[in-house]
Design a protein around this ligand. Sequence first.
Ligand code: XMP
Ligand code: MG
Length: 179
Amino acid sequence: MKNDIKTTLVTKEELEQRVKAIGAQITEDYRGKELVLVGVLKGAFMFLGDLARSIEIPLEVDFMAVSSYGHSTVSSGVVKILKDLDLEIEGKDILIVEDIIDTGLTLSYLVNNLKSRGASSVKICTLLDKPERRKVQVEIKYKGFDIPDEFVVGYGIDYAEKYRNYPEVAVLKEETYNK
Ligand code: XMP
Ligand code: MG
């Protein structure tokens, strides 16, 4: 796997440190609230796992799956719910946990969708942000790292479903895409 990687954008140590810091901030901001972490599958699963362990207040966890890139590297702009929440979120304080914000289309759809179900608040926590690529404005409450407009893998993020287990955020070698 390591042979397929061109460069590392975010190291294991940087991830660990930043996730802990965000968790501490969320602990402070959401004390006394009805926090629900909503992970966007599949890319956010590892970030959510680490983040949840660094938050020191009781919380609920749920997941949604929406259509995004599929196996292509280009955003279609079409958002479809493939797996909906199991929990009722009326009156709850929702924190959407996402791997990457790119155009912003997925998140702006999700925020409006969850608000329309009567949540008390709906905020966004994203590990990575590609600000250059934004098409619609979204308000990000917690952010791990800004990254350049490159296709990344690792720490939950895939290329054609592979590399989610790579422990850093990295860019693949060109030849890997043609394998
Ligand atoms: P939008 O454009 O709606 O897209 O903000 C967000 C979703 O796109 C996926 N995404 C990526 N997935 N490597 C990936 O594997 C990438 O570099 C990348 N950039 C965006 C991501 O899943 C996110 O949910
Ligand atoms: Mg993805």
